[in-house]
Design a protein around this ligand. Structure first.
Ligand code: ZN
Length: 287
């Protein structure tokens, strides 16, 4: 475990929020979560070092596997797919996993490069005919390469140095380059209701826990500006969370939500409409 100052603003002045547990995979331990008094970023302190975080993933973690069947099937459904190729159509996917996303984007006209710290993921990318490098940002030397689109699918909250990462990515953005990523929304309705039991914290794998305000701070501090923020429905996460809350609190409301799929789904739709659902996706543009 490593203790640090705030990974966003550098202030070493944080308020203790709670000690959480791993409610997703069930690994043992208690993980302290704090809020920076300088910029209000919520983060784990201390946090699991990048070298050790692998022990908190199931050996069968699906994101690193080959998924050829999904390579073409799901194109068009994700927000990332809606950014049409422009300029030289160069795409960098940070935390590329097994490469099915890049294969799908290649079919849509993008020329993709993946980066992932997991060797098995890189092998899988190559098996799919996708160009990929093992490593992290900062870390991998991209030379003078530039990209029209940079994507981080689920990897932002896991980054140990988000500010440094976004600064490096900015240097590799082409003129008018876009950055598209998603993150759990720590100010969402469910996060506020569930507190330390909210599954979106995904402790201890996620290091930072973002709100719209802290995402805007991260982008403006690193040479990007927010172009659009969208709110996604995560009904499966909400259902698992309602079950957990029913178990922990025994509350009638949670038991009702856990049992009534339609009711919970309607509630999740409402939270997305009110811009307080569990997940945000963000499109930024280089300044
Ligand atoms: Zn801070």
């Amino acid at each position: 475990m490593i203790r640090t100052a705030c990974p966003l603003c550098g202030a070493d002045d944080a308020q203790d929020l709670f000690e959480g547990e791993d409610h997703n995979f069930g690994f043992a331990g208690r993980f302290p979560v704090v809020r920076c008094r300088g910029c209000s970023l919520i983060y784990c302190n201390p946090f699991v070092s990048p070298a050790d975080v692998g022990q908190f993933f199931d050996s069968g973690y699906a994101a690193h596997d080959v998924e050829p069947a999904r390579a073409t099937r799901r194109r068009g459904r994700d927000v990332w797919d809606r950014v049409r190729p422009f300029g030289e159509a160069r795409l960098l996917d940070l935390g590329c996993g097994g490469g099915s996303f890049l294969a799908r984007m290649k079919a849509g006209g993008w020329r993709g490069l993946g980066i992932d710290p997991v060797a098995r993921a890189i092998e899988s990318c190559r098996a799919l005919g996708v160009d990929a490098i093992e490593g992290t940002i900062p870390g991998v030397d991209l030379g003078a390469r530039r990209f029209e689109l940079i994507t981080l699918r689920g990897s932002l909250p896991n980054l140990p140095q988000p500010r440094e990462t976004f600064e490096v990515l900015r240097r590799h953005a082409a003129e008018g380059g876009r950055l598209v990523f998603n993150a759990f929304n720590v100010e969402g309705w469910l996060a506020r209701r569930c507190g330390r039991y909210w599954l979106g914290y995904d402790l201890p794998r996620q290091r930072c826990h973002y709100s719209r305000a802290t995402i805007e701070r991260l982008l403006s501090a690193t040479g990007w500006r927010v172009e659009r923020v969208g709110y996604r429905r995560r009904p499966n996460l909400a259902r698992r969370n309602a079950k957990l809350m029913a178990m922990v609190t025994g509350g009638r409301g949670w038991r009702l939500l856990a049992a009534r799929k339609g009711l919970l789904s309607a509630l999740v739709t409402l939270t997305a409409w009110l811009r307080c659902s569990d997940e945000m996706w963000v499109r930024g543009r280089s300044v």
